[in-house]
Ligand binder design. Structure first.
Ligand code: ZN
Ligand code: ZN
Ligand code: ZN
Length: 962
């Protein structure tokens, strides 16, 4: 007869085919309609606060795969925290000002920087930013990210801009901001100063030259100046050296010949030895002893070292340069100065110093009172200040004969000052926006001084101390060293930009250039808070201040036109967002989570502003992630054609597959993604989904309040324990921010432990036993707990799928995100019978292998045709204890075979597999198991004893006719 209607087949509305691209938007709509994010906040309104403060993406273009990685990681953190008992608000933000939007508009309007009409241009820029905020907001929401999307923070908003201005004012009041002339990184094509974080290094080919500076003035040395150690110990030697130097030239090496007209000194290292080399040309050159070989080789010189004196030999210590001066390119006499930064790895050990064109040069210049000379304008052209009138208007970075470098080189050659030249490729700073090479240029700018005093220390010391007190993930030591190293070395922060689209610098300058006084306009903050930052540019001075003239010189005041570095905007977000929204105040923990490039970007600027303002870091924990690369580990780029667009994956596979990819990947490293890899993740997802489908399907007739079995035994009891261990591990991984370890533990539990082991074993009893038999209900009790636990643990990761499953699993419990994340009872302790269960699993693997061998020869079909005999004594006696751990019937169930017995076996074999026919078993037509008791009743002649019991029961209830 047909028994198919007498078995308990699984039933569920959780389809195997996920149809994510179609179903996810419906889910999102439902989340929005039910105000899920607000409900989550309400749910935890009295709980401890945990703030993950969003680093604002730039409002320009569609989202890319890097955004997906970043935002999904944040979403995992926020949801995990919410489900583990925290009030975890998430306020997304956008960075709106800055060059990329200016450049996009300039291109769109086919204009140049000089043609910009500021106010209408700013209005267009604002509209441009708003357009992309709206677009990106929808794209982020599409990923299933929950947050305060209706009230994000936007750096161009009135309130935000006013707070940025407020931060500027407060730092000025603390005397941390100065305005002075200083060399800054300058992009001649964007015509603006750049901050450290806006520089990228690229290889560039340049000409390096060796230039002779004839020594003009020798010295009058006091013996006490010689110092120790010195090989020149006697007056005779010093006299002899002085004489020698008078006939020699200092040789410097530079890769930027165009900076030579700004030369104001030469630096040497007082601890290194120098030599005098007389070339066959008759010239005598002074270089560091350690650089002599390279110098002679590159300049293709022939000649010999000169002896200084009999006692001194051939070299002398750098400290003896004190008091020496030499003649530079324009015939100016410049001093030789000692500087620690002179190293022996390149050049000649003698460094050309142009305080207007380099940070170290500038600092040395300040100490030594050198002139900051920078005869280069904002477009990178020599100004009329340059000593050679023929060079005025030449672009300093232009390559070729007409460029400044070649002109300088030709000039040196004509004046017999060029000793040699070489072509070299070196890592050179470029503009991160237009990718053109940068120059350093001395200009009048606002700076936040990193070495200003702050309380009992300096700002820099306070920054380093706060770095120490922050938790850096994933590697604390690495993160701390990285940002610590950067802060240790960083120069002052150049805050001003000569552009249009940004927060105004709210200052008024004295119109008398000699005076240099400036004040913060006291009315700027209120004005901007009520009218927005355009108001600064629209207002007259009397609307900005009550002060009429410069207090120092009485000259009239004029409005500052420069804007603030866009990093100042985003760096102030802790103040403009965390301190200005009441519900974000007072968090013990504040996490920042961004790509590892933000050590020099947002993390650093936020830290600087917060420490300068409040003497403490804005965060307690900083988590960094790597970057998305292609399947072969290469950077994604348009030119390589290996860019993976998230929009395409969402359309084809669904956002959930992207979430699964992020959750499964070790974000500490760069993460690979390619169309092929996405297929692998889609397949991994399908396995988890099928597990959930099985679980839900076999619970359709189970009501835990009526059917739960309290006293679980054997396999069921152990699986419950394993589930608890999984919870323990997942929680521990999440607490250590190892989300991929948590996700992978869940995947493995679903794929390996449940699907290939436990659920496989259960099929028989779930489908064929009496619907309310204790064995079946016991298994369902486990399945119920597994489903409940898995769905909740999956929720932060696979949010769409977990909610879909949850809705079917607990119809009236509300969203899964309002539930508690599972807690472990046993806290990772091992099960008392752990070793025995491992033995059981190993035996099962062994038996499966033997059955597989027999299947190949067609001696066996399915495993339930097998008769398995374990050796009772002999070599594995020691294991008999473990064999006896389960009864033969339990072994049969777990091995999914027809019969298991223990016997003495011949030879070494520990296990013998035979066909159940050999034991006289027959196949039951209902459960398809091979049993010894098939055909013992006339009513059901083709069914086994176990099935007959079920069938009799069903007959009594009139549910089956025979
Ligand atoms: Zn540029
Ligand atoms: Zn003045
Ligand atoms: Zn049967």
């Amino acid at each position: 007869m047909d028994y198919s209607k007498t078995v308990n087949l699984p039933k569920t509305d959780f389809p195997m085919k996920a149809e994510l691209p179609k179903r996810e938007p419906e889910r999102l709509k439902k989340w929005e309609e039910t105000h899920l994010y607000e409900a989550m906040q309400e749910n935890r309104k009295d709980a401890d606060l945990f703030v993950l403060h969003d680093g604002p993406p730039y409002a320009n273009g569609n989202i890319h795969i890097g955004h997906v990685l970043n935002k999904v990681l944040k979403d995992i953190v926020v949801k995990y925290k919410a489900m583990t008992g925290f009030r975890a608000p998430y306020v997304p933000g956008w960075d709106c000002h800055g060059l990329p939007i200016e450049n996009a508009l300039i291109k769109e309007k086919k204009i140049n920087k000089q043609m910009i009409d500021r106010l209408p241009f700013r209005k267009d820029a604002a509209a441009y930013a708003q357009k992309y905020i709206d677009l990106q907001r929808e794209e982020f929401k599409r990923l299933g990210i929950l947050g305060e999307w209706t009230n994000p923070y936007i750096t161009m908003a009135k309130d935000y801009s006013a707070t940025v201005v407020q931060v500027f004012r407060e730092l000025s009041e603390k005397r941390l901001i100065v305005r002075h002339k200083k060399p800054v990184w300058w992009c001649a094509s964007c015509e603006t100063a750049l901050a450290e974080a806006e520089i990228e290094y690229q290889d560039r080919q340049d000409t390096a030259i060796y230039v002779a500076f004839p020594i003009q003035e020798s010295f009058i040395l006091k013996l006490s100046d010689v110092g120790q150690p010195s090989s020149v110990a006697d007056i005779e030697s010093i006299r002899s050296l002085a004489k020698l130097l008078k006939q020699s030239s200092i040789v410097i090496w530079t890769t930027t010949p165009w900076t030579l007209p700004a030369n104001r000194a030469i630096a040497y290292n007082s601890q290194e030895y120098y030599v005098a080399y007389k070339a066959t040309t008759g010239m005598t050159y002074i270089v560091a002893e350690k650089r002599l070989d390279a110098f002679v080789k590159t300049c293709q010189l022939q000649g010999e070292l000169l002896r200084i004196s009999d006692t001194a030999g051939y070299h002398f210590l750098g400290s003896l340069f004190q008091g020496v001066s030499a003649v530079n390119i324009e015939g100016r006499s410049v001093p030789l100065l000692s500087a620690d930064f002179v190293t022996m790895d390149t050049g000649t050990g003698l460094v050309h110093i142009a305080p207007g064109h380099g940070e170290e040069d500038y600092r040395l210049g300040i100490r030594q009172g050198l002139e900051l000379f920078s005869p280069v304008d904002e477009r990178g052209l020599y100004t009329s200040e340059v000593f050679n009138p023929e060079w005025v208007g030449r672009f300093v970075l232009k390559i070729g004969d007409e460029g400044a470098n070649n002109k300088v080189i030709a000039y040196l050659m004509a004046h017999q000052k060029l000793v040699g030249q070489e072509s070299l490729t070196h890592s050179y700073p470029h503009c991160w926006r237009c990718h053109n090479p940068l120059i350093t240029r001395g200009t009048e700018q606002y700076f936040l001084q990193i070495d200003s005093s702050l309380g009992s220390s300096t700002l820099r010391q306070a920054l380093l101390q706060q770095i120490d007190q922050t938790t850096w993930s994933p590697s604390h030591a690495q993160g701390k060293d990285r940002i610590g190293g950067m802060v240790q070395k960083r120069p002052d922060w150049c805050l001003s930009r000569q552009r249009h689209w940004g927060t105004p610098i709210p200052t008024l300058l004295c119109s008398n250039k000699e005076c240099g006084q400036w004040i913060v306009a006291e009315k700027a903050e209120d004005l901007i808070r009520s009218k927005g930052s355009d108001a600064w540019f629209e207002s007259k001075i009397e609307e900005l201040t009550d002060q009429r003239v410069c207090l120092k010189c009485k000259a009239p005041l004029q409005k500052e036109n420069d804007i603030l570095d866009v990093w100042f905007d985003s760096g102030a977000s802790f103040e403009a967002v965390l301190h200005r929204r009441d519900y974000l105040k007072g968090s013990k923990d504040v996490m920042y989570l961004e790509g590892s490039d933000q050590h020099r970007g947002w993390f650093q600027v936020s830290l600087i502003l917060s420490v300068a303002l409040n003497a403490k870091a804005p965060f307690t924990e900083v988590l960094t992630h790597g970057f998305v690369v292609d399947g072969q580990g290469r950077k994604m780029s348009k030119s390589l054609g290996n860019v993976v667009a998230p929009q395409q994956i969402i359309k084809e596979y669904g956002a959930e597959i992207l979430r699964f990819w992020v959750a499964s990947s070790n974000y500490a490293e760069d993460i690979r993604l390619s169309p092929d890899l996405i297929k692998v993740y889609a397949e991994g997802y399908r396995k988890i989904r099928n597990t959930l489908r099985y679980l839900l399907g076999n619970l359709s007739d189970f009501d835990p309040s009526l059917h739960s079995v309290r006293d679980l035994k054997g396999l069921d009891e152990w699986v419950m324990f394993e589930l608890d261990t999984l919870v323990y591990r997942v929680r521990r991984h999440c607490e250590s921010r190892l989300f991929h370890s948590a996700m992978n533990a869940i995947s493995e539990f679903c794929g390996t432990f449940l699907s290939s082991f436990y659920l496989d074993i259960l099929k028989d009893q779930l489908y064929t036993l009496k619907i309310d038999s204790v064995e079946r209900r016991s298994a369902q009790t486990v399945l119920y707990a597994v489903t409940d636990t898995l769905l909740k643990m999956l929720a932060p990761f696979l949010s769409f799928t977990a909610e879909e499953g949850w809705e079917l699993f607990k119809k009236d419990a509300g969203s899964i995100f309002l539930q508690e994340f599972p807690k472990s009872i046993y806290q990772g302790k091992a099960h008392p019978d752990e070793q025995k269960w491992i033995f059981v699993q190993n035996r099962k693997d062994l038996v499966n292998k033997l059955i597989e061998e027999k299947r190949k020869t067609n001696a066996l079909g399915k495993s339930n045709e097998a008769w398995v005999t374990f050796r009772k004594t002999g070599k594995i006696d020691i294991l008999s204890n473990k064999l006896n751990f389960l009864s033969p019937e339990e072994w049969e169930k777990i091995l999914m075979v027809s019969k298991v017995n223990f016997e003495e076996l011949p030879g070494d074999s520990a296990v013998l597999v035979r066909h159940a026919q050999e034991a006289g078993h027959k196949k039951c037509a209902r459960c398809w198991n091979w049993r010894s008791d098939v055909g013992q009743t006339t009513a059901f002649p083709d069914a086994c004893g176990r099935c007959v019991t079920v069938l009799n029961d069903l007959s009594e209830k009139g549910l089956v006719r025979n």
